[in-house]
Ligand binder design. Structure first.
Ligand SMILES: [Zn+2]
Length: 104
């Protein structure tokens, strides 16, 4: 497996309940969306189905939503811009290495 076959998957945090938990933007390198979801959960404290598990506010919606395969990009992106690791932006590489993401 080479990194050339990898894509980047973007996760935007929803401020469910009116507060944030960690970086607002998480961008994960993975071969597909399912692997990106697993990597995000393991290394970035991202979780899914927060409403149904009682972690998130049901009127605000889930804090994090799963990626889907078609949205993978060749470069790490936040919206239409190249992602730059920082407090609000966490990059997670396929091997679990992370950059940024210490706060909002
Ligand atoms: Zn709410």
């Amino acid at each position: 497996m080479t990194t050339n076959s990898m894509k980047w998957f973007y996760y935007r945090q929803n401020n469910s309940g009116g507060y944030w938990c960690g970086p607002n933007h998480v961008v994960v390198q993975a071969v597909n969306a399912a692997m990106a979801d697993a990597t995000a959960m393991e290394f970035a404290d991202v979780y899914f189905d927060g409403c149904s598990t009682g972690l998130d506010c049901s009127c605000c919606g889930d804090r994090w939503s799963r990626a889907w395969d078609g949205e993978g990009t060749d470069e790490a992106m936040v919206y239409d811009d190249a992602a730059v690791a920082g407090r609000a932006v966490m990059l997670v590489y396929y091997d679990g290495r992370t950059e940024g993401g210490k706060g909002k």
